[in-house]
Design a binder for this molecule. Sequence first.
Ligand SMILES: [Zn+2]
Length: 157
Amino acid sequence: MSSSSSTSYYANGYLCHCGARFVVRTAWTIGNFGRRFRGCSKYKVQEHCGYFEWIDPPTCVRGTEIAAKIIEKSSKLEKSVLIAHEMEVVARGMEAKAREKEMMARKKEKMYMHALVVSWCLIVVLLVSFWYIGQVGKMKKNIEPAMITHCVVVVLL
Ligand SMILES: [Zn+2]
């Protein structure tokens, strides 16, 4: 039997020689591509009765040739799927890194905007302070100490 690759299902109500249910399987090897057979359901256990019987007739020469090509194409497709899966994993990793960089950039942007607003506020405060100091200088001759205190308090606020 050359059925290392196969699918199987249990046939209801049928028993093999050892009393266990027998299983119907389909071979996917080149020599028996798509050919069904039945055998003991305990075939995976070493101690089974060894019952085995082909259900379908032997595959013709043309069928065997076609099977080889189908298996070759299927194996190429499987390799392509594996490569695509690996590329997908790499792409997801790159996407995660890009998102992380984007978040860092947004944090920096917020920080720079905050620094810009604070610097503009400081510039405005300085300009107002200079303006008050200029006003104080003009009125210096007539200023009382209480007015100077008032100006200092306004500048500080
Ligand atoms: Zn059996």
